[in-house]
Structures are given as structure tokens and as C-alpha cells.
Design a protein around this ligand. Structure first.
Ligand code: AQP
Length: 321
């Protein structure tokens, strides 16, 4: 089975990215034909700073490698190194109904948060469909925020197949129930562009500042609380052992959950969870040329696959004459 997913280098990768997508991708390494890529063309919809985008691309790659992605066991590349995706995106855009695009809430949410309403931001889902269909992916692990974009990719694939004949695999999303939406510090979806993240590789005082800023209610310590309505508890679910999670749940239900102490415990759990990866990341960051070599090799492999699909698409639509 071909499993594919990408990540934007639009800021420091955070624990929402990790539990929503990266962890699942890394765990798929042994049992699937895995495609992982850094979607820098997508990030251009929100990052207009050359140095930030270039450095963020290398850093996102270092993050994935440090967290355990083995480039020998998957195809790992940077989106813009396979320019065929842009041609496919254009071709797909010609069969994408406007109504389908106008229904996409991610565009509206981002504009409401102050991101410029560019054409690129609006047509983001078409480029994403091209990313997926170009490699004929069967399954796409994503967080719940990307579910609608996956539906666009499916609709576009079906529309193309109906119009021009069977060409694309229609991809299935994979969304884990437990990590579908990791909440940010303010309780909204954790998101780079919302400024509410806990970056994966933060440490020391900076990490403490973030964890202590997790929004909680003002119910007195000794009063019962509903753990399932609590942002802090949602984060514990990602890091605590089942036994400790049950103990903490009991504190909420019976009274005695002191947020300050719980935050310090969560801080330690997060810090320990990524300790080994943090060390590996420092090693990768010290050798950017090695990261570039890994990505270049991955792009060669990805491009071979991409060209097979694009050749078929060109033939199907009449671009070969
Ligand atoms: N809070 C989240 N919970 C679960 N999954 C999440 N993902 C992102 N945030 C959460 C998943 O991470 C993958 C990569 O995301 P992305 O960086 O490509 O784009 P995004 O979904 O738009 O992530 P951000 O952080 O919100 O980025 P910005 O703010 O730049 O747009 C995706 O599978 C996503 O579902």
C-alpha cells in the first residue's frame, strides 16, 4: 500500500503535527511504500521570507529524521524539487468545480486569522490533490483539519477519471481518533499560524513558558472538574502512561487536580519524550549538507514516479499531439 503525507515548513513543527501526522508516518515505515515530503510550495501561501522558508525547509527535514524517519525505508523529498506537481495542479484545476473550493473552511479560517487572501491560499487544496494523485497514493494520514482537503482530492480524482478515463487511484484519508485534533495553548486547534503551539524541540525555560501558558479554568482545586473538557488533560492523553492518566482523571473527577502541579508534570513528560530526538536533531542541524544529500536522492526517486503519472495524464487530456 502506498502511504503519503506532507508537512509545511511554515514555522517550528509542533506536537499537533507530530501526533496528527508525523508519528503515524514514521510507524508506517516497515509495512508500506511510504512517501514523505516537505511542502514548501504550500508554505509559500503564508511565508514570504526567503531565509525563513529555506531554513524552515531544512529544519523540517531534520525534525523528521531526528524523530526516526529512515530515508532508506521511504521516499523523502522537498515538494518543489519535483516541479511536475505544478503542471498536474494546473491540469486538475481545470476539472475542479468552483463550488467545491468555495466550501473549503480552512481558507476562510486562515483569512479570518489575518493571513492574506491570495489565490495560492484559495487553490491550496488543488495543489494538495496534485501532491497525492501524482504518486497514486492509496492512503493519506492527516489530522482532522485536513479531512476536507482530502475529500477535495478524492472528488477531483473521480471527476478526472470520469472525464478522461481511469487514471488516478482515489486516496483514502487515515485519521486517528485519539489524535485527530491536538489542542493548542488556547484550546483551539494547535496551529503554526495561530501562535498557540508547543514546538516539538523546545526545551528548558522556553518549553516551561509554553506549558505554563496552557489555558485552564478557574474552578477551585478541590472541586470536581470534567477532564474531557480540559485542554491540559487532552495533552496528558498524548504523553502519560495509561495508569498515570487514570490517576489524573480521578483527580479531576473527585477533586484535587491542581493545574500548576499538573503543568509541571506535563512539562517533564514532554521534555523526556523528545530527549533522544532533540539530541539527534542537533547532530543533523550541524550537517546541513548531509540533509540536502538525503533530500536530493529522495527527489530523484519521487520524480521518477511523478513522471510516469504525468506522462499518462498528458496523454489522457490531449497534451500529447
Ligand atoms: N493540531 C493538530 N492536531 C492534529 N493534527 C494536526 N496537524 C496540524 N495541526 C494539527 C497535521 O499535521 C500535518 C501537517 O500539517 P501542515 O503543517 O502541513 O499544515 P496544517 O495542518 O495547516 O498545520 P498547521 O500547524 O496548522 O500549519 P499552518 O498554521 O502553517 O497552516 C497535517 O496532516 C495536519 O493535519
Amino acid at each position: 500500500m502506498k502511504v503519503l503525507s506532507g508537512i509545511q515548513p511554515s514555522g517550528q513543527l509542533h506536537i499537533g503535527n507530530y501526533f496528527g501526522m508525523m508519528k503515524t508516518m514514521i510507524s508506517n515505515m516497515e509495512n508500506s511504500d511510504l512517501y514523505v515530503f516537505i511542502v514548501n510550495l504550500h508554505a509559500l501561501t503564508s511565508v514570504h521570507d526567503r531565509e525563513k522558508l529555506a531554513a524552515g525547509t531544512l529544519e523540517a527535514a531534520a525534525d523528521f529524521l531526528a524523530l526516526g524517519l529512515d530515508p532508506e525505508k521511504c521516499t523523502f523529498w522537498v515538494q518543489s524539487d519535483v516541479p511536475e506537481v505544478c503542471e498536474l495542479a494546473w491540469i486538475l484545476s481545470t476539472v475542479t468545480p468552483m463550488g467545491l473550493m468555495e466550501r473549503c473552511h480552512s481558507y476562510k479560517d486562515k483569512v479570518a486569522k489575518g493571513i492574506d487572501a491570495s489565490h495560492g491560499l484559495f487553490s491550496y487544496p488543488v495543489l494538495m490533490a496534485a501532491d497525492i494523485l501524482l504518486y497514486q497514493a492509496d492512503q493519506v494520514p492527516v489530522g482532522k483539519d485536513q479531512k476536507q482537503h482530502l475529500e477535495v482530492a478524492r472528488d477531483v480524482a473521480q471527476k478526472f477519471n470520469n472525464t478522461f478515463g481511469e487514471t488516478f487511484v482515489v486516496p483514502e484519508p487515515f485519521i486517528s481518533d485519539t489524535t485527530a485534533i491536538v489542542p493548542g495553548l488556547d484550546g483551539q486547534k494547535m496551529s503554526k499560524s495561530y501562535g498557540n503551539t508547543i514546538p516539538i524541540f523546545l526545551e528548558g525555560k522556553q518549553l516551561k513558558k509554553k506549558v505554563m501558558a496552557i489555558a485552564t479554568d478557574a474552578i477551585p482545586v478541590e472541586d470536581p472538574k470534567d477532564p474531557d473538557q480540559c485542554n491540559l488533560f487532552a495533552l496528558f492523553k498524548l504523553f502519560a502512561t495509561p495508569e498515570r492518566l487514570q490517576e489524573i482523571r480521578n483527580l479531576y473527577v473527585n477533586g484535587g487536580a491542581a493545574y500548576g502541579y499538573l503543568k509541571l508534570e506535563l512539562l517533564e513528560l514532554i521534555s523526556d519524550y523528545y530527549a533522544e530526538a532533540r539530541q539527534k536533531k542537533a547532530e543533523y542541524m550541524a550537517d546541513p549538507e548531509m540533509i540536502r544529500t538525503v533530500l536530493r536522492k529522495g527527489a530523484i526517486r519521487a520524480r521518477e514516479k511523478a513522471m510516469v503519472t504525468l506522462d499518462l495524464v498528458r496523454e489522457r487530456v490531449g497534451l500529447k499531439y
